[in-house]
Design a protein around this ligand. Sequence first.
Ligand code: G
Ligand code: G
Ligand code: MN
Ligand code: NA
Length: 254
Amino acid sequence: LYIQHSIRKALKQNEFTLHYQPIVDIETGDIVAVEALLRWYHPKRGWISPATFIPIAEETNLIQPIGDWVLRKVCEQSKVWRKKGLPHVQIGINVSIKQFLQADLVEHIEHVLRTYDLDPFCLKLEITESMAMHHIDYVLAQLQSLKNLGLQLAVDDFGTGYSSLNYLKKLPIDIIKIDRSFVQDMVKHSYDLSIVRAVIEVAHSLQMKVVAEGVETEEQLAILKREGCDRAQGYYFSKPLSAEQFEQLVQSEK
Ligand code: G
Ligand code: G
Ligand code: MN
Ligand code: NA
């Protein structure tokens, strides 16, 4: 109850911020996208991880106002970066199942995009694999509407849930994000490398792009490049950055 109250207060008093982690095109080395990650600085307790408060927000229906705040914030940020003349990057946001099951999600996103005069292609929604597979018929309809709006759609944490490749082919997904556990283990275990290879092959045959998550070493990057993976995200390139830090990084690379 205490944390529930704190989350409400955090929304009111602007204690949330977004950090942005670059996603790099493996071939060119260019930053082509970012993933927006929620951060909460509590005045007394300091940083609280989303892994702690997101599950509570989901249980208490506070995920809806949080999700709305995130959506508006990234639209605003995208506009600011465009005005500042930064190279175009797609911004990905994480969407939780509670948000995704809201009947008015599509209309709501459409409304916010219009409010901020933003091209839908700038926005990428990340849903987890288990979400995608659980409520398949509803999710399929919802994804199709989002796709029709012009958004980019990604499946997050791929490989950790029910990886039904049969379902995957039915989903109007643009991007598959391979979970970092496979990326980290593929260097030592041929089993994990085989999974990475198979995911890339299936994704490409379905016209989807592949992002490897949690890339931390040059060796991992070299393997991913060899295997034809499209994009990479991880501490090897950059940790999640504040908007200002991200701008500096992009400016320094120009
Ligand atoms: O950035 P970090 O590793 O602390 O994130 C932990 C988890 O919180 C990740 O699984 C991430 O997807 C999730 N997360 C981060 N930001 C958001 C957000 O804005 N909305 C939702 N639903 N989940 C988020
Ligand atoms: O579940 P999701 O993929 O949305 O979670 C993203 C989380 O992964 C972020 O909270 C981010 O802090 C974390 N992360 C990003 N890059 C790396 C990395 O290279 N190694 C590890 N261990 N975690 C990472
Ligand atoms: Mn994610
Ligand atoms: Na992930």
